[in-house]
Structure formats: C-alpha cells, structure tokens
Design a protein around this ligand. Structure first.
Ligand SMILES: [Zn+2]
Length: 311
C-alpha cells in the first residue's frame, strides 16, 4: 500500500457530473460517447491522508459509491466491516456536497465536520438521521480557526483544517422560489478549507462568487490550490441554450474574463493551481480544446477523477 501524505481527487465535476444525465451539449455528447480526450468525471470530492492509511473525505458526493469502488486505498482493509475513512468534512449543504453521506450508513464510525449552518441543514432533514450520531459524531467547524481532525473516537488524523467563509450563496434547494438570494454573502453556508499536513498547505475552494484581496492574501504561498472551475464564461449556460442563469447567479466566478479566476489569481505564488468542480458545459473538460490549452498556458491544471497529488 502507498504511504505518505497525499490527496486523491475522487471526483472533479460540478453538480450533475460529466456527462450530466439530461444534457446533450457538445461536451457531454463527447464524454458520453467515450471519445478520446473526453474522460468522464464524477461529482467533486477529495480524499486526504497524512499516512496513506487513514483518510478524511472532503465532501461526500452522490457518486461516492462508485468513487470508492475504483479507489483501492479506500476499500475495507480488514476482515468483516471496515473503512479507512475516518472523517468527512463538508464545505456546504448542496446536494453534490452531502448526498454521499447516505452511502456511508451501515454502522461505521467516522467524524462529520461541517459549519453550524450546514449541520442545521442536515439536522432539518430526517433522512440524514440514518447516520447514528453515537457512531458518527457531528462536529462544528469553527470559522478562521485551525483545528486538528480526528476520527469518531477522537484519535487524531494528523491533518489540520482551517475553515473560512468565501463569497457564495445558500444551497439552491433552500432558495425561495422567485426570489433572488443574496449572492456573494460571506456566511458559513459556503466555506473553503485550508488543509495542512506537515508543512504542506492545500486550499480547497470549490464554490466562490468573488475573489477578494483577503482571499488572495490567504492563498499566497500555498502548495496546492483547488479552485472553483465551474464555468469557463459567466454566460456559458445561457449562450449554449442550457439554462437561464449566469455563473455569478449560481455563486461561481468564471475561469476566463477580466474578473475571472485566471486573471484575478495571476500574481499569487502557489506551486500547483488546479481547477475543480467543473460543470459539464465547460470546454476545459476536453483535453483537446482551445480553452484547455489557454488554461494550461496560464499555469493551471484541470482536475480529473483519480488524480493523485503528493503533499
Ligand atoms: Zn452538458
């Protein structure tokens, strides 16, 4: 078994995955057909380990069952019932962030970390009561404070995490019909994580509506940055006839454009900058697209399922 601190990208796509079940856009069509240069991507989740044996999941996507199946390090490692997953950390209460928790019932112990708002969201939904709180203690992530992750029995995982709010919005299913929610609010409904193992600092920021100076300063000097790559352009869904919302309205900055992530994060010093949470319409998903080349020319990578990063 591999050892050593590392992050495995279990899934790199935004909500719906790539391809999305009901989408026949040019990207989804190629991915669905299994064409070269158009790999499938499941919904975003990371597995993080300090020792290669005990893991924290970062978000639990609806595709978790499949993600675990194809990741041998996350299979049971002993006879009987066992899982190497000792903690789950949530960055929000969106469907693509929490639904995998329902795959993790069946009497296994792990610690569940989330902000107070996300815990409230889970508590309001009786279906998550399937996770016995005796076995799966729910722990509140404080904002702007570093804590050590530990398992369901309080044994440390040697991973430190600092959660902090980033500009975003409440989950789509909590919006009032017909009412535009506040976009870009700094609340604990939408958070980012700084994950530290030893001297390595990685940031996970899958949903961010606005890149502030404070955020830039925080990220500067990190080893790894996973950043919101939902859309290439703000009007991508509208111009492709796939939807009526801008990226901003969905709580995401775009990759391209004067106020996009590439421009706004051009000057920060980070060893590896990686786009993740990629929507199925995003042309950077295709290995041979002009947009992919543009991203790579600017020093960014595009996350894919199974990507392994040593810390
Ligand atoms: Zn599509």
């Amino acid at each position: 078994m591999t050892t050593g601190p590392r992050i495995t990208v279990l899934g790199a796509a935004a909500g719906g995955g790539s391809p999305q079940w009901n989408c026949n856009c040019p990207v989804c069509r190629r991915v669905r057909a299994g064409e070269p240069g158009a790999p499938r991507r499941t919904q975003t989740s990371l597995a993080l380990s300090a020792d290669g044996n005990r893991f924290a999941l970062i978000n639990a996507s609806p595709d978790l069952g499949e993600q675990l199946l194809r990741t041998p390090s996350l299979h049971p490692q002993r006879d009987g019932r066992h899982s190497p997953i000792d903690a789950v950390v949530l960055t929000g209460g969106e469907i693509d962030e929490v639904t995998g928790l329902l795959t993790m019932r069946e009497g296994e112990s792990f610690a569940l970390y989330a902000s107070q708002t996300t815990h409230d969201t889970l508590a309001a939904s009786p279906i998550f009561g399937a996770l016995d709180q005796e076995l799966v203690p729910r722990r509140r992530l404080p904002m702007n404070e570093t804590i050590g992750l530990s398992d369901g029995s309080d044994k440390p995982l040697d991973i430190a995490v600092e959660a902090f709010p980033v500009p975003g919005k409440i989950p789509l299913y909590q919006e009032d019909p017909g009412v535009t929610p506040e976009i870009g609010a700094l609340t604990d409904a939408n958070i980012a994580l700084q994950l530290s193992v030893g001297d390595s600092r990685a940031f996970f920021i899958p949903g961010c509506a606005d890149i502030t100076e404070e955020l830039r300063q925080r990220i500067d000097g990190a080893s790894i940055l996973f950043f919101d790559g939902t859309l290439w352009r703000d009007d991508e869904l509208i111009s492709a006839g796939l939807g009526h919302k801008t990226g901003h309205r969905m709580g995401h900055v775009s990759i391209d454009g004067a106020e996009g992530a590439i421009a706004e994060l051009a000057d920060i010093d980070v060893e590896r900058k990686i786009f993740i949470h990629l929507n199925n319409s995003n042309p950077v998903l295709l290995d041979d697209s002009d947009e992919r080349r543009a991203v790579e020319d600017r020093g960014w990578e595009v996350a894919y399922d199974g990507m392994e990063i040593s810390l």
